[in-house]
Design a protein around this ligand. Structure first.
Ligand SMILES: CC(C)(COP(=O)(O)OP(=O)(O)OC[C@H]1O[C@@H](n2cnc3c(N)ncnc32)[C@H](O)[C@@H]1OP(=O)(O)O)[C@@H](O)C(=O)NCCC(=O)NCCS
Length: 290
């Protein structure tokens, strides 16, 4: 793995696969904290279990990370690309990305880039595709709560296959392993039509509190009904939701007491898989997972 390190890198720096060992997860947690990211140890565990990663290490100290999540043979996302502040600007980000793109192989790769990452990704052939807006706040019991107009209910075990198919049509690739894992970690709600789920959302612990995502629906009314359900059932909690720029939900979320607190650029290298049905992604599973 070390052959891709730049000549100016110190010989003591090594790249190696990230494992699920406690030591790797705790080191990654320290790294994300140093970057100001609010990941928990459990968030790193889930990210590692569902994907593949590379760590950069020097003298037993983890100084960089990069992960990817393949969805079938044609598509993958990557993220958690972090270099320790003291080690930045020496080619380590470039080396980590090179390594992780070897893991994704011929797949098209999508990621959500911070302002700091954009130039690096452009130099690897990534093009801007859109934006993702992070909305986050501690919800208040005093804030007017969205009304419950549509029939939202908690998903049942026999809804799962319908949810997975909806997700695949909206995302463009089969991410059933990931969605299956996320449903185990949180609450799943659906909007029902004629006895069948026609939209779904997951709300699960992540970062500073709970994250609502993914939200998959055919239109904004169903998406708002699902998000509204989780707003009402999580009063007083810190709630986060990451929405695509074209979701049309931004002003509504702000009016519900969830203002925008950050923005990243969605970038892609290769061809995005075709979206095959009427459903769309109204909120991401996470900025890393897409
Ligand atoms: C983005 C990041 C991973 C880059 O790592 P790095 O080791 O500093 O990057 P490299 O030294 O390999 O530089 C690669 C390219 O990135 C660009 N770059 C690096 N730091 C940058 C910065 N702060 N702002 C803008 N561009 C930057 C440069 O164009 C450089 O290209 P060059 O070598 O042709 O000049 C690092 O700044 C970081 O960890 N930032 C905080 C976490 C983060 O935002 N990660 C991106 C998540 S998508």
């Amino acid at each position: 793995m070390n052959s891709i390190l730049p000549p100016e890198a110190r010989p003591s720096i090594a790249l190696r696969p990230m494992t699920g060992a406690k030591r790797d997860l705790e080191s990654a947690l320290q790294l994300s904290r140093a970057a100001g990211w609010a990941y928990r140890l459990e968030d790193w565990r889930i990210a590692q279990v569902l994907g593949q990663g590379v760590l950069a290490e020097e003298n037993g100290q983890v100084i960089g990370s990069a992960l990817c999540w393949p969805y079938g043979d044609a598509f993958a996302t990557c993220g958690s690309i972090i270099v320790a502040p003291a080690m930045q600007g020496r080619g380590l980000g470039r080396a980590l990305l090179t390594q992780v793109l070897e893991l994704t192989g011929d797949r098209a790769v999508m990621l959500n880039s911070t302002a700091e990452g954009t130039r690096l990704y452009q130099s690897f052939g990534f093009d801007a595709l859109g934006s993702v807006h992070q909305h986050l706040a501690q919800t208040s019991a005093d804030h007017p709560q969205p009304s419950a107009d549509l029939p939202v209910r908690i998903a049942r075990a026999n809804d799962l296959e319908a949810l997975l198919q909806m997700d695949q049509r909206a995302f463009g690739a089969d991410r059933r392993r990931m969605i299956g894992e996320l449903t185990q970690n949180g609450a799943v709600a659906v909007v029902e039509c004629a006895g069948r789920p026609q939209a779904y959302a997951i709300c699960r612990p992540f970062g500073l509190g709970q994250v609502i995502g993914p939200v998959v629906a055919t239109g904004t009314e169903d998406a708002k009904a699902l998000i509204g359900y989780f707003l009402r059932t999580n009063l007083g909690q810190t709630l986060r939701i990451d929405i695509p720029g074209d979701s049309g939900l931004g002003p509504w979320l702000t009016a519900q007491g969830l203002p925008e607190v950050g923005q990243v650029t969605t970038m892609i290298r290769g061809q995005h898989p075709a979206i095959s049905g009427p459903e769309r992604i109204f909120a991401l599973a996470s900025q890393s997972f897409g």
